[in-house]
Each structure stands twice: as structure tokens, then as C-alpha cells.
Write a protein that binds this ligand. Structure first.
Ligand code: C5P
Length: 408
């Protein structure tokens, strides 16, 4: 479930030229199902009209603390108390200074001062203003109070100059907001390691042995775990390069099975769960050629490549954490999956028939059967990979909860 769904979010907008980007943020928040109340500073209304935000959110926009005719005039108190989170984007140097010092001169400052909800701030301003010692001091003060910052990007600024000060992109801002909201989720504080994509084994400097795994399932798992409050390490192969890494997760890029093995070993040192969604090559080339293999000499009429077995990462990575495997099968789905569950001593195996429509490699949906210890199977309908991810994490959260109870 998206942590923004049905959550009251205050979107604070201050007077930077990046104001127009806040319109897109408001729209994305609404699309994600958030209940968005926009609070604007007076300067922000010079760049974008309140009507623009009102048309997107279908709710009144608070832009004046003193308008006695407006039903929202004293609403800031209600907003401050009701908000699940306050997102301020863009935040100007002036607003950061006011918030750091606790000013309550307008509706936005008052709302921030009056709330106990988490606050996420995305600054945007001219590069030297952002770098100024005073601005950095205000940011440090706010950070020390628990405010989460989404750093501006470097690039060309509205002034025509280049520098760090451009509002972070919408996905980064919303990813950070989701991660902040997820602090109360059912996986809060848990460390989850997820592998994604297809490994690549070199034959020579040009060729590789790989597979059709896109990594979509692993990335959906990482995003879903983050949205439930987990600290996620995502170990990803180059076949996932087209996917946007979920904001707020730790991304470790590897290529070969040996590299993945090492990354999994390091990441699981303190993990609560390991989910191996990656398609791992069972074999690697015994002696990868240092130079490109030419179609002449011994290889003129054919080529034999010697393969050696790779370690089974899941089987070899044991410890006091929940272990989940995947079984991509083209026949005898349940029997093969149950066999793997036992052989690899897993807590859960996610079996999918890769021959089915809307299922398996590269698809945005998946049709799986979840098989737990003792062979108890739950068949899910064809679902978006994100929903499959949440169903898997429901099981992981339940196993972790029972283990904790048992420890007491
Ligand atoms: O035995 P099979 O390869 O079908 O098992 C699939 C499961 O085992 C997946 O979760 C996959 O990530 C994992 N695996 C592994 N190391 C291997 C091969 C597969 O961890 N060498």
C-alpha cells in the first residue's frame, strides 16, 4: 500500500521560481491518493495562483492568515494537527531562516510551528544563497530537530548561473516523503536485503552469459519494503539499469554471481530478512578469455566453453533471518517449488510459472503461488508486481512477528 494513500498531507509552497514545479508535485500527490492541503506564502502567490493548486487538489488553498472571510483563515491549527506529514517544496532561504528561528508570521510558518507531524523540506534557491553559511546553519538546526531535507541538485539555475540550488526532482522528493511516512509501518526498523535482476557471467571482454530477468519484481519488493518502514539494501545487476532505483534504499550494483554472493554476505550480517528475487546463473565460465575470442584458429568451426557450477547463494547464506526464494518454473510448478523450499531450507518460496501470460520476466504483473514451511500454498491471482511484493512482505512481517513473540 502506498503510504501516501488516504493520508492528509500539507504541501507548503514558498516564493521561489521553482513554484511551478510544486504544481506537478500537488498533482502527483493527488494521483497517489493523498488528501492534499496547499499552504502558500504571499510571495508564492506571485508566481502561481492559489486557484491553480485548488483546481488540482479540489480543496481550499490557505494563503492568508488574516482573511476573516475565508473559512480556512484559522484552519492552519486544524491542518497542523491533522497532517500525516508536511512537505515544503520549494523552500526559500527566507523561509528556512524563519522556520529555523520559529517565526509565526504567516499561515505556513504557523502551521509548521504548530505541528507534531514529520516535516520534509526541499529547498530551491540561487546557488550562493544555498551555500551561504547562514542558510547552512538554519538547515543544520532544522535537521537537528528531525526535519528531513531533500537536497537541491546542481545545474543551471533560473538566474542563468550554475550551482547547487535547483529543486530536487519530483520522484526524489516524493520517495523521501514516502520513506518518512513509512516510519510507522509494520516493517519499521527491519533490515531487508533484496537481490534483483539477472546476473552476468563474462565469456570474454565483450560477451556475457545472462538471462531474461528485468529486476522489476525485486525493485517492486524494495519499494514496498521501504514504504513499510524497512531499511532496504537492494543488490542489483546490470539488467536492471533501465529501472529507477527506489529513493531511500541502499543500492549495491554487482554483475557476477561471485560478486552477488559477496554483497549478500556483507548485507545480511545484520539483516532481518533476505529475499532472493534475482535470477542467478547456475554456472560461470571456467576461464573467461582476457581478449575477445576471434572466429579463427581453434574457434573457426565451433567453440566449446567450459562452465563450472556457481555457489547457491541462498543455500549458503544462513543466519538468524527470514529467507525467501523464488522459483521460476516452466513445468511442475508446485512440486519443483516445494522441493526447492525444503532443499534450500527456506521460510517462504515464491513460485511463478514463467510460461503464463502476464507473468514472469519483464512483465509488470505476476501470477505466483506462495509456499510456506510445511508446504502450505496460497495461490494469488495475476497482480501488479507491487501488489505481489506486498503479499510477500505480509508473510515476511508475520514470520518476523511470530519469531519476536517466541523470543519473549
Ligand atoms: O534452484 P533455483 O535456481 O531455481 O532457485 C531459485 C532461487 O535460488 C532464487 O531465489 C535464486 O535467487 C536463488 N539462487 C541462488 N543462487 C544460485 C541460484 C539460485 O541464491 N546460484
Amino acid at each position: 500500500m502506498d503510504p501516501l494513500h488516504n493520508r492528509p498531507i500539507v504541501l507548503g509552497v514558498s516564493g521561489s521560481i521553482a513554484c511551478y514545479k510544486a504544481v506537478d508535485l500537488a498533482s502527483r500527490l493527488v494521483k497517489a491518493g493523498a488528501l492534499v492541503d496547499v499552504v502558500m506564502t504571499a510571495n508564492a502567490t506571485r508566481f502561481v495562483t492559489p486557484l491553480c493548486f485548488k483546481s488540482i487538489t479540489h480543496r481550499p488553498v490557505v494563503d492568508d492568515l488574516w482573511d476573516t472571510n475565508a473559512e480556512m483563515a484559522i484552519e492552519h491549527v486544524g491542518l497542523a494537527k491533522r497532517a500525516a506529514a508536511i512537505l515544503i517544496a520549494p523552500a526559500t532561504a527566507n523561509l528556512l531562516a524563519k522556520l529555523s528561528l520559529g517565526f509565526a508570521e504567516d499561515a505556513l510558518q504557523t502551521t509548521v510551528l504548530d505541528t507534531r507531524a514529520p516535516i520534509v523540506i526541499a529547498p530551491a534557491m540561487e546557488g550562493d544563497m544555498y551555500g551561504a553559511t547562514t542558510t547552512q546553519e538554519h538547515i543544520a538546526r532544522l535537521r537537528a530537530r528531525g526535519v528531513v531535507f531533500v537536497e537541491p541538485e546542481s545545474g543551471r539555475l533560473a538566474s542563468g548561473l550554475s550551482g547547487r540550488g535547483r529543486l530536487a526532482d519530483a520522484e526524489t522528493i516524493l520517495g523521501t516523503l514516502r520513506a518518512t511516512l513509512a516510519r510507522g509501518g509494520d516493517l519499521a526498523g527491519r533490515r531487508i536485503v533484496i537481490s534483483a535482476g539477472g546476473t552476468q557471467e563474462p565469456i570474454d571482454p565483450v560477451r556475457i552469459i545472462t538471462n531474461r530477468s528485468s529486476g522489476k519484481m525485486g525493485f517492486a519488493l524494495a519499494e514496498a519494503a521501504r514504504d513499510r518502514g524497512a531499511r532496504v539494501t537492494l543488490i542489483a545487476t546490470p539488467t536492471t539499469d533501465a529501472l529507477a532505483p527506489p529513493i531511500g534504499t541502499e543500492l549495491v550494483r554487482i554483475g557476477t554471481v561471485i560478486e552477488m554472493h559477496e554483497a549478500v554476505r556483507a548485507a545480511t550480517a545484520e539483516a532481518d530478512a533476505l529475499i532472493m528475487a534475482a535470477a542467478v546463473s547456475d554456472y560461470r565460465v571456467a576461464h573467461p578469455a582476457e581478449q575477445k575470442i576471434k572466429k579463427r584458429g581453434a574457434a573457426a568451426n565451433g567453440l566449446t566453453i567450459e562452465l563450472v557450477a556457481n555457489p547457491d547463494i541462498l543455500t549458503e547464506t544462513v543466519g538468524d533471518f527470514v529467507r525467501v526464494g523464488f522459483a521460476a518454473e516452466s513445468e511442475d510448478l508446485l512440486a519443483n517449488a516445494t522441493q526447492k523450499l525444503d532443499k534450500k531450507r527456506l521460510d517462504l518460496i515464491v513460485a511463478n510459472d514463467i510460461t503464463g501470460a502476464g507473468s514472469g520476466f519483464g512483465s509488470d504483473t505476476n501470477r505466483v503461488i506462495l509456499v510456506g514451511r510445511g508446504g502450505v500454498a496460497e495461490e494469488l491471482p495475476t497482480l501488479p508486481k507491487r501488489e505481489v511484493a506486498d503479499a510477500i512482505l505480509d508473510r515476511v512481517a508475520a514470520i518476523l512477528a511470530t519469531r519476536q513473540k517466541g523470543e519473549r
